[in-house]
Design a protein around this ligand. Sequence first.
Ligand code: WTA
Length: 660
Amino acid sequence: MTEQSPALDNLLTESRTFPPSEEFAANANATSEWYAKADEDRDAFWAEQAERLHWDTKWTQVVDWSDAPFAKWFVGGKLNVAYNCVDRHVEAGHGDQVAIHWVGEPGDTRDITYAELKREVSKAANALLSLGVSANDRVAIQLQMIPEAIVAMLACARIGALHSVVFGGFSPSALRQRVDDAQAKVVITSDGQYRRGKAAPMKANVDEALAGAESVEKVVVVRRTGDDLGGDVPWTDGRDVWWHELVDGQSEEHSPEAFDSEHPLYILYTSGTTGKPKGILHTSGGYLTQAAYTHHAVFDHKPGEDVYWCTADIGWVTGHSYIVYGPLANRVTQVVYEGTPNTPHEGRHWEIVQKYKVSIYYTAPTLIRTFMKWGADIPAKYDLSSLRVLGSVGEPINPEAWMWYRENIGANRCPVVDTWWQTETGAIMISPLPGVTHTKPGSAQRPLPGISAKVVDDKGQEVGKGGGGYLVLDKPWPSMLRGIWGDDERYRETYWSRFADQGYYFAGDGAKYDNDGDVWLLGRVDDVMNVSGHRISTTEVESALVSHPTVAEAAVVGATDPTTGQGIVAFVILRGGVVEDQAGGEEAIQALRNHVAKEIGPIAKPRQIMIVPELPKTRSGKIMRRLLRDVAENREIGDVTTLADSSVMDLISSGLKSGK
Ligand code: WTA
C-alpha cells in the first residue's frame, strides 16, 4: 500500500460529528429506512429507483450477473437517455424552467430553458444524422464548458451514438490516442477557449492530433472565441464544418428512438497503471438510474426549487454523471461556468453563487484547499445564504479542508457530503446522506443504500473496526462499467483478478474503518497518481519523459502536496553525452516539464524533476517507487534491503544535497 498522506494522520482520532438540523431531516429526500430496505431486497430497491426514468418498454429482470463480471441491468427494458434528460420535462409542462444558467468566463451569460434545450438537442441530433453518424458510431468531443458540449453529448445519446469526451487540456497526442482507440467518426471541438482571461486555440490542436487519423470523417467546430483568437482558424475543406452552419438550419423535430437498456452510452478514458488509457464503457438504463438516484439522494435535490452547481469539467466523469445525466434526468436548474475560479478575481465562484442563489454546490478538495489559501475573507464578502448542501469529490478530503468548507462556505449549517466513486463506478457509491447521516470531517462514511462495499485485507477477508486494507465492491451495481472498450481481458485483469476467488471488484483505493465502522478513503494503492482530483498514471508520465532525446530512464512518483493532494515528482537519468551543465540546469528541467505537457497535457507537468545518476531497483529490475517517494516527501528513507545495489539511495540523496 502507498503511505497515507500526513493530512489524514488524524483520521482515526476524528471524533467530531455533525447531526443534520431537524428541519433538514424533516424535508430530506432520503430517509434512514432506505438502508434496511435495500439490504432486505436489493433488486426491489433498484427496481424502485429505475422508476425515476421513463421506459418505453419495461424491463423483465433487474440484474443479470450470470456472465460476471459482465453485468446486464434492467434486462429487456428500452429507453432513450436524452428523452429522459430533456423532452419528458417539457412534456410535463416544465419547458420554461431554466435548465442551464451558463456563465462565460469573459462575463457573457445564457439562460437555457428545457424547451430550448430540447430544440437544440434535436437539431444537433439531426445534424449528426446528416453527417452519417448512426447508432453505435463513436463521436469524440473536445470542448470547454460551453452549452454546446452538453448539447453534443445529449445529441449523441439521442441517436444511440457513443460519445467519447476528451478533456480540453489534453495534448494533441493524447486526443489522437483516444480517437484512434475508439475509431471516432466525427470530432466536435471549438475554434478556441477562454482561459484565465485569454483566448487560446483549440482547433489548431485538434488538427495536429488528427493528421492522418483515418477513422475521422468530419470535424465540427463551435465558434466561441472568434476574432479574439487573432488569425484564421486552420481549416480542412471537405472535412471541417462550423457547428452553426451545420446545426442552426436543422429541423427542431426529432423523434427519439428507444434503445436497449444495455445500449452503450459513452466511453470515457481514464489512466490505468500502464501507459495506455482505458476506455471505460458505460451503458444506458442502469447508468441513468444510479446517476439520477444518487443525485436525488446525495444532494437532496428538489426540482424547480434548487439551483445546483457542480464545478467539474465535462471532460471528467463527474461532469458526465453530475452535470449532464443525473441532474438533467432530475429536472435540475444548474449553473455551468466556463472559466477558471480566479478569473477575473478570486471571488468568482461566490459571486456566481450569490447571483444565481445556488443552493447545492459540488466541488473538489483541491479547489477547497485553494480557496483556503486565498483566504476566508473572500467568500465572506458574498451572500452565500442560499447554499444548503455542499459536496466534495475526486480525492480524499482532509478534515481541515472539510471543516473550512463547512464553516466558511456552509456557515456551519450545510451538510457536507464527501462522495467516493470512480469513472468505473459511473456514479456515487460511498457518501453520507444529507438529512440522515451525522457527518464526520474527512470520511465518506458509508455505502449508499443499494450499494455494498467492504474494506478487506490481502486475502480478501473483511477487516474489523479500526482496520485498514483495500476497498472492494462485493455486489454489482447499476452504473458499473460494462468493460474496457475493445479489451475484455484488461477489464478482467484490472478489476476482477485481484480478488477473483471472492468475485470482488478491486477499486485500487486503500481504505480504513474507524471505530464506528465508518469508511475513510486513503488514496490509490496502485501506480496511479491523483493530482487535483485528476488521475494520471506514473507510467504515462515516465513514457513521456523517456520519449525526450536527453532522457535515458525515468521514474515518477506522486508526492503529498498541500494543495493538489499529490504532486508529480520525476527522477530522471540523462543519456550519456548530455553535458552536465546543460543537463543539471534549470533550462533542461524546464524543457522536460514542457515536453510532458506537450505529450500528455499541462495537468501532467511534473511539479519537480530531479536529475539522478541511478534509480533504486530490485534484483528483478523493478523500480522501488516507495523509496523515491521518501525522497520526494523529504522523509527518512525506508528499508533498502531488497535493492539490487543498496548504495543507490545514498548516491541519489548526496547528489540532491549537493544541488545537482
Ligand atoms: C479518488 C472521480 C477519496 C479515488 C469521481 C478514486 C476519492 C479516484 C474520492 C477516481 C473521495 C474520488 N475520497 N478519494 N471522495 N472520490 N476519489 O475516476 O482514488 O476521476 O479511485 O473519478 O479518485 O477518480 P475518477
